[in-house]
Design a binder for this molecule. Sequence first.
Ligand code: AMP
Length: 582
Amino acid sequence: MRVFNIESVIDEFETLTKSAGHHQRETLRKILEQNGKAEYLQNLGLGGRTDPESYKVCVPLVTHSDLEPYIQRISDGDSSPILTGKPITSISLSSGTTQGKRKYLPFNEELVQSTMEIYRTSYAFRNREYPIGDGKALQFIYGSKQVKTKGDLTATTATTNVYRSEQFKRTMKDIQSQCTSPDEVIFGSDYQQSLYCHLLCGLIYSDEVQFIFSTFAHSLVHSFRTFEQVWEEICTDIREGVLSSRITVPSIREAVSKILVPNPSLADSIYKKCVGLSNWYGVIPELWPNAKYVYGIMTGSMEPYLKKLRHYAGNLPLMSADYGASEGWIGANVNPSLPPELATFAVLPNIGYFEFIPLEKLDMQELESSLTSIHYKEAEPVGLTEVEVGKEYEVVITNFAGLYRYRLGDVVRVTGFHNCTPELQFIRRRSLMLSINIDKNTEKDLQLSVEAAAKLLAEEKIEVVDFTSHVDTSTEPGHYVIFWEVSSVSNDEILHSCCNCLDLSFADAGYVSSRKVSAIGPLELRIVRKGTFDMVLHYYVGLGAALSQFKAPRCVSQSNSKVLQILCMNVTSCYFSTAYEN
Ligand code: AMP
């Protein structure tokens, strides 16, 4: 067994971040040298120069749509150096839930390497504060479908590309994070059956489990909501040593049956613990008594699931995982004891070249005269070590996978420095979601409104299970529609006041003034049947998204007709705001 030395990983990180500026220049040099032959770079007149100054002058800032024609040629099988020196052999598919469209992105070995480096770094810091013993991890992870592109490249989610690599297995062993489930469960062809077996295998090894993980908090909450439905069946399986007939995929059945033996005393103990819980509070520490924490991405669009996750986790700490995207990694959580709401990510200066576009809010006058797509004043991008504490930026990455000056579309705030590298707080996706005329609301604004209105329901012990939004311009004037799935039925009066509260909570000046003069119609709250968001999830997984990488779409556009149809067909009641009526 290889020995993983926590202190040396931390020391390496400290050295690296002390000379972050130097590592940035070096990383850019390496990227440009490795890929200098690439057609994209050849056309920009860099002429072999690799310094940041020339790079910024010659290479334009791009978004995904600028790169699409190049990525298209790669996936069509053109193996000439297009974006990278070495040909790209795999494609990653982003979840597509943020923009409604799945993005194709280049994937290569360097991305596996940087993933492992991020995992090792944050593990070292985590383990220093919350040491785990020898054991396993209950990981709700899923490989998604692999498809072949026209040019015979494999295309799948970035996490699947990582999980399939040999490096991943080795690193998981090094950092004591081996999954309780066999590979057949992770890569099973039916995510519902895989989820059931993750829970079952996690319970078979319950004494060994050191922590619980999924990529995103949504998937953790979804797993335990499912557990509430299937726990008795799981107990029966463990008691009798026979896998439930609901597991029909032969590879999953065979692999799980091998580790399932009759264990009536374990079944009894699980049964007793479950019936003893009050509304499933603290189910995680109860069933996994040696677990030290719950781990996964809990920031950004995952924040709405924290309340429920805390409920399941009881007294166990929640620890937010690192910050990255299908495009590449950005930073590691090196302050694991901070609560998820305050989590920050220290940028690793050797995994990419990073720039930051300073963003300043527009004032009211500028706001009124601006186009709806412009939300901020932008200044020239600055380098990693030039960012200022307290300011907000959009992240731009350049990395070994052939992405150059790529605008990630995420807004972050610098909260401080770890040595010379900034610590970033994830603020939101940059794009606007709700906008009819001069109003400008982001995902974060929606989240805050929903949180405010959900408080009225919480008094009735009812939860908002999930939510999304839509701009309805089929009526004149247009209006916002908010869809809610709630945990149990509430009365009309309360839901109507929730609707008013939602309307009033969109504090954006453009929205408020438009509402006052009826340039935007009353907000509409539509309640959907229980299980509707599971249907949306099911739809995305059917398209090839992975359950563990799923993010509920927070705004459904008219063009996303299938999802809109699922939502609209399941509406049980709707309410119009009277908040702006005099
Ligand atoms: P995807 O395109 O499916 O790979 O998702 C990547 C996006 O997920 C990023 O651009 C972020 O918006 C979001 N994301 C990833 N990691 C985090 C994190 N730790 N906190 C908040 N949002 C994150």
